[in-house]
Design a protein around this ligand. Structure first.
Ligand SMILES: [Zn+2]
Length: 107
């Protein structure tokens, strides 16, 4: 089976969260502060130890400034705090996305 890949990206106007629909039919939600705190760049994660140097509390009210696809493997996200070095690869995005599921499970 192919690795799922995003088929788009949009901001949910109600919450300001990023919504990414995937090729396998799943749509995942990304609060922007959580996305920012999950930045995998060398400035946010220690390259040698893998220690995460940022946390969600550091980014109150951060918003998404722009997002562009890099090749066939990642999104480059620019945040309102000016941070633009993070590359969010598809596997990484799948890992950190939140699945809202169905509002009401079938009974
Ligand atoms: Zn970063």
């Amino acid at each position: 089976m192919d690795t799922p890949r995003p088929t788009g990206a949009r901001i949910d106007p109600a919450t300001g969260h990023l919504l990414v629909p995937w090729s396998d039919g799943v749509t995942l939600r990304y609060p922007i502060d959580a996305l920012r705190a999950a930045c995998p760049c060398a400035g946010c994660v220690d390259e040698w130890t893998g220690k995460v140097l940022v946390s969600i509390e550091m980014f109150p009210g951060v918003t998404l400034k722009s997002l562009k696809q890099v090749g066939q493997y990642a999104f480059n996200v620019v945040f309102s705090d000016g941070h633009d070095t993070g590359l969010y690869t598809w596997p990484r995005l799948r890992e950190i996305g939140r699945n809202d599921g169905d509002a009401a499970p079938p009974t």
